[in-house]
Design a protein around this ligand. Structure first.
Ligand code: SIN
Length: 311
């Protein structure tokens, strides 16, 4: 029997596919839909301390090979997602869900994480160090000193399972430097990758989104090779306790297979889920299982991380 079950951060999931933060996760209603699909779990929209309206519209566009967005972290605020997750964990105690969060400043991040620490939340936290879309706020994980400082401070008080959402890196030296930092901490996972920040898509003579004069994060088919490179680079460099979530360019079961081959333990759907809707989970799961069956693999561990090199 072919199974796409997985284990991440010590928790078991019936399927290795889930949504990526930002897609189908703004409201409880959307999160319930993901929960009740074949997805193994869900992650919330990245929560800030307070409600945020985000950037002006239009701020997301599907484009032929993917998407461009500059949402600007619109979300309902921490309490909304945390209260929902606390209620859900009473209702479905056997399942585990992800809470994505980040503050608008390091102090706000600590305030949020301290609230989560003090709560009864028993799922996984994804600290988003990679949003490219808030004007004037650089992507935290491109600043290695700041990243190390935040993680050092966080792990002085935060004892619950925590991972980080990363932007793509593009240089081998940066993979080495980032991994050396992450390996110092009891992270449960890194999620590779958020959108490729600050791309520009043009139709006729105009940009297609309003914020930042059209600059926005690129997702979808465009980014799969970059996502796979990041998944594999961190799989090669991180201590085994830090698992990898693969995100970026997953349109088919074959794409999910490649993420797992590169080392991913969980695979997230972003642009594809936005474009195709919830049916994408079923289709991609079936396609992944068909590839596994054809190759004689029964479980993800049979091929995870086993990318072949040319001698
Ligand atoms: C956004 O809300 O701008 C997208 C979030 C992200 O890319 O982290």
């Amino acid at each position: 029997m072919v199974s796409t079950k997985t284990v991440l951060g010590g928790f078991e999931f019936d399927n290795c596919l889930m949504n990526a933060a930002g897609v189908w996760c703004m409201t409880k209603e959307e999160l319930e839909e993901v929960k009740d699909s074949v997805a193994g779990t869900f992650v919330t929209k990245t929560a800030t301390l307070d409600y945020r309206a985000g950037n002006p519209e239009p701020r997301y566009q599907n484009v032929p090979l993917g998407s461009i967005n500059s949402m600007g972290l619109p979300n309902q605020g921490l309490t909304y997602y945390l209260d929902y997750l606390l209620e859900l964990q009473e209702r479905e105690p056997e399942r585990t869900f992800f809470l994505s969060l980040v503050g608008m400043s390091p102090n706000e991040t600590h305030t949020i994480l301290k609230q989560v620490e003090a709560s009864n939340f028993n799922g996984l936290v994804e600290l988003n160090l990679s949003c490219p879309n808030v004007p004037g706020k650089p992507q935290i994980a491109y600043d290695f000193e700041m990243t190390e400082q935040i993680l050092s401070e966080v792990f002085q008080y935060f004892t619950k399972p925590l991972g980080i959402k990363l932007p793509p890196y593009f240089d081998i030296v940066h993979f080495d430097q980032a991994a050396a930092i992450f390996n110092q901490f009891p992270l449960r996972f890194v999620n590779c990758v958020n959108s490729i920040g600050n791309g520009l898509y043009i139709e006729d003579e105009s940009v297609v989104i309003k914020p930042k004069n059209g600059f926005g994060g690129i997702g979808g088919e465009y980014i799969k090779p970059t996502a796979l490179a990041n998944v594999h680079a961190f799989y090669q460099r991180l201590k085994p306790e830090i698992q990898i979530i693969g995100t970026g360019g997953v349109l088919t079961g074959r794409d999910a297979f490649e993420h797992i081959l590169c080392g991913a333990s969980m695979v997230q759907l972003g642009t594809t889920l936005q474009k195709e809707g919830m049916e994408a989970f079923q289709r991609i799961t079936e396609e992944l299982k068909a590839i596994m069956a054809e190759k004689g693999y029964e479980k993800l561990a049979d091929f995870r991380g086993k990318l072949q090199y040319i001698d």
